[in-house]
Design a protein around this ligand. Structure first.
Ligand code: AMP
Length: 457
């Protein structure tokens, strides 16, 4: 769970990156970093916490240059150690570069083991660092089907070779002294979009909400398997893999992760999330007085359910916006508390009512159990818990932070048992087919967290 950003040809590149990262803050709150190039040298600033804490205005004054990349991090591989804050920067025989990664490599441990056995020294525990080593060490010529522009003959063969060695999910921005490079893995697990503003600056970001904040227009998605280079000679695309893989876009981006004002995977998150709620209403029509969303993540599915069923939407749970997402604190005890910190029922709406509560997902079950408890205390007559995705039964190995299999409630209990555990009157999950249909089945989705069908291991 991370967000990446990049900008080319902008005199305020680091400030633009700061703004872009701020818009991507929901993708990672643990740390943030910016790397900028003035055409000769790359400088960077890294810090822990939210973007506004990690990077100060005075830092931005010092980060001068026209090309920049940035990263917001929520640790999946490697833990939350300060050494893992990205972008990573490296000098090598061909110059220097910085790299920011969203995703998760499934074979990073094996590659790292091999490299370390041969004397490589790693400075972090992050899977992203294997990219840095592979790029610096590669010796292979570029694939024979590729004709390289003269600006790309030195560095890109190293990148292609690294891409062929790693397996898994990666949406990357790479900064070189005079280039911005954007890369998406051949399955296209994580989103990555390209944009441009009126003054001719190019932008790359995990989601288009980062373009809105810098006044840039969405041009297109970076394609699965694409390596896009932007420099003074223009923009060039390469596809180092000869075969195209079946698309495996992360459906959980549409369910939960991406911001609803974003366009990703060539589609608007808002409409899809609402359609998931409509589909839920078609699959589970329930006689009730109101539909209550679990804010913010359940809002659009609840709106869709309400529109499709004709049952009024009521904001029966108020969210306190001064706390982060409820997963952010690592221990169970604090996680339990933080649900209460975040949500509080509106007695006036709840008392004596038959309520449909809608959330996007149940992971450990902590949130739903607390919510049902709160609603009961507030006097709800019936509580029907509806979830706009299927049961999460398996961990994600491609960049979404999910707990171990044992901690996933749907892996340990049947739906009936979960219903008992949560304490609601009924519990229903959107079907897998219904979810895929709502998201657009032609797109090609990774559904591993719901099905255990892992496309790459
Ligand atoms: P839980 O209490 O473990 O069942 O968590 C469910 C809540 O966490 C739901 O409200 C989801 O919106 C949210 N959620 C789902 N997946 C994630 C994730 N990977 N990271 C943080 N929050 C999540």
């Amino acid at each position: 769970m991370c967000g990446v950003f990049g900008v080319f040809n902008n005199p305020s590149a680091s400030k633009m990156t700061f703004l872009g990262l701020h818009a991507l803050q929901h993708r990672g709150q643990e740390s943030a970093g910016i790397a900028v190039s003035d055409g000769y040298d790359i400088n960077l600033k890294l810090g822990s916490g939210l973007v506004t804490k990690a990077i100060k205005e005075s830092d931005l004054e010092e980060l001068r240059g026209d090309i920049a990349i940035g990263h917001v991090r929520y640790s999946t591989a490697g833990g939350s150690n300060i050494k893992n804050i990205q972008p990573f920067f490296a000098h090598f025989f061909g110059g220097s570069f910085a790299i920011a990664h969203n995703g998760n490599l499934v074979n990073a441990r094996d590659i790292r083991y091999e490299l370390e056995k041969n004397g490589a020294i790693f400075r972090s525990t992050s899977d992203t660092e294997v990219f840095v080593h592979l790029i610096a060490k590669s010796k292979e010529p570029p694939p024979s089907h590729i004709m390289l522009h003269k600006n790309d003959v030195e560095f890109l063969p190293l990148v292609f070779s690294a891409m062929k060695k790693v397996k898994g999910a990666y949406s990357l921005t790479i900064l070189r002294e005079k280039q911005l490079i954007a890369i998406r893995d051949p399955y296209g697990f994580r989103p990555l979009v390209l944009g441009k503003n009126k003054t001719g600056s190019y932008f790359v970001a995990s989601e288009t909400c980062a373009f809105d904040i810098v006044d840039a227009e969405y041009l297109r998605d970076i394609k699965p398997g694409e390596v896009l280079v932007i420099d003074d000679a223009g923009m060039r695309s390469y596809f180092p893999f000869e075969h195209t893989e079946k698309a495996e876009k992360c459906i959980f981006e549409f369910v939960y992760f991406a911001r609803p004002d974003s366009l990703i995977f060539n589609d608007y998150v808002y409409g899809i999330r609402k359609e998931m709620g409509r589909q839920l209403a078609r699959e589970y029509p329930i006689d009730a007085d109101c539909v209550v969303p679990v804010l913010d993540s359940g809002m659009l599915a609840a709106k869709g359910y309400s529109e499709e069923s004709g049952i009024p939407l009521e904001i029966g749970l108020i969210r306190n916006h001064y706390v982060g997402r409820s997963f952010i604190q690592p221990t169970q005890e604090i996680r339990d508390l933080s649900v209460k910190l975040k949500l509080n029922p509106v007695k006036e709406v709840i008392e004596g009512k038959r309520i449909i509560v809608i959330d996007d997902s149940i992971v450990r079950g902590t949130t739903s159990k607390k919510i049902v408890n709160m609603l009961k205390k507030a006097g709800a007559k019936e509580i029907h818990m509806l979830i706009s995705s299927p049961p999460v039964i398996a961990p994600c190995y491609y960049g979404i932070d999910t707990p171990t299999k044992e901690e996933l409630i749907a892996n340990q209990m049947s739906i009936d048992e979960i219903k008992e555990f949560i304490g609601c009157d009924s519990l229903h999950y959107l079907s897998l087919e219904g979810m895929i249909e709502a998201a657009g089945k032609e797109k090609g989705f990774c559904t591993a967290c719901f099905t255990e069908n892992y496309p790459v291991l």
